[in-house]
Design a protein around this ligand. Structure first.
Ligand SMILES: [Zn+2]
Length: 328
């Protein structure tokens, strides 16, 4: 704190203490007040449309033309919002030996700023509907699982272009999150079967000395009456960020979505961003606290646009934007 501020503080205190009038007006020296830049309004219709467009490409399964076409569209959108965009391409091996050509899509807003935040989602979709009762071998729409996080972050990217943030922000769309062991498979599954894109990114850092303050993952954020509990790895690695985000949600009226319930470990991209890149990161993820699992759409053909609710998109999008725009 500078000398000038201290002097104002003393003057302020003297004026305050010497005034007996109960209706006194406390003078506020305007040089002392840090202006609060209002957070822009998150547009849930826009986020919804971004999910629809992804679904319209068809399932975004690595090594398919739909996957390639959607990647091109995502890059084009991020470019159009003024980001410095790059695609990290690589090959990973899935649990069943499949070689997947992956694309992690990275967009930097205000790349020159050293104080940065990271927002991320996975953009690929599950190659099978292994929890469905029919057509189990066919890929899913992935409106919520894949589409929703990307849709919300694209809308946030659009807002970044309209009103600059104080800090630099990076958005990453990770690939091949959802190619983990198929239910009923003969192979033995492992935790590391999932999140192949974020593992590749963590093991092959595309940006040297990348040190954002913290990361926020959005995964399956669009279901009706969504509830986002405090997931174990999030509180373990970044408890203060969980508190920051959940308190922010409460302050702007979304405590019915961001519930004060703790749940167990979910292996998701934030796990690898924490342990491989050492960036404290949390997961905002939809969870059914009654059945204590994901919603019944999960990894089924029910994961389509009918299950997407704009109110849930709004709760998540506005909360994340409030956190980003108000971060000092
Ligand atoms: Zn999934």
């Amino acid at each position: 704190m500078g000398k000038r501020i201290s002097l104002y503080f003393i003057l302020f205190t003297i004026i305050f203490l010497s005034c007996d009038d109960e209706n006194r007006v406390i003078p506020t020296p305007n040089t002392q007040v840090e202006e609060r830049i209002p957070t822009p309004i998150f547009n849930a219709d826009s986020a919804y449309d971004f999910i629809q467009t992804q679904v319209d490409f068809g399932p975004r399964v690595p090594n398919t033309k739909e996957h390639t076409a959607c990647a091109e569209w995502l890059v084009k959108k991020l470019d159009s919002y003024g980001a410095k965009t790059m695609v990290q391409e690589g090959e990973v091996t899935a649990f069943n030996g499949d070689k997947l050509q992956i694309k992690n899509i990275i967009a930097q807003f205000n790349p020159e700023k050293t104080s940065r935040l990271l927002l991320f989602s996975h953009w690929d979709t599950r190659p099978v509907a292994d929890k469905d009762k029919s057509r189990q071998g066919e890929p899913i729409d992935g409106a919520n699982d894949g589409g929703s996080g990307v849709g919300v972050l694209l809308e946030i990217a659009r807002q970044f272009n309209l009103q600059e943030t104080k800090l630099g922000v990076d958005i990453i769309f990770f690939d091949a999150e959802d190619y983990g062991i198929f239910e009923g498979s003969m192979n033995r599954g492992a935790e590391d079967d999932w999140c192949l894109g974020s593992q590749y990114w963590g093991n092959n850092p595309p940006i040297a000395n990348y040190r954002p303050r913290f990361g926020i993952l959005l995964d399956m954020v669009g279901e009706t009456n969504a509830q986002y509990p405090k997931e174990y790895f999030s509180t373990y690695h970044a408890g203060n960020i969980v508190n920051k985000v959940w308190n922010t949600a409460r302050n702007i009226g979304y405590s019915n979505y961001f519930i004060n319930t703790k749940i167990g470990q979910i292996t998701d991209d934030h796990r690898y961003v924490n342990i491989l890149a050492n960036i404290p990161s949390i997961d905002i993820i939809g969870w059914n606290t009654t059945t204590n699992t994901f919603g019944d759409y999960h990894h089924t053909h029910k994961d389509n646009m009918e299950g997407i609710d704009k109110n849930s998109l709004k709760a998540v999008g506005q909360t994340v934007m409030e956190v980003v725009y108000q971060e000092k």
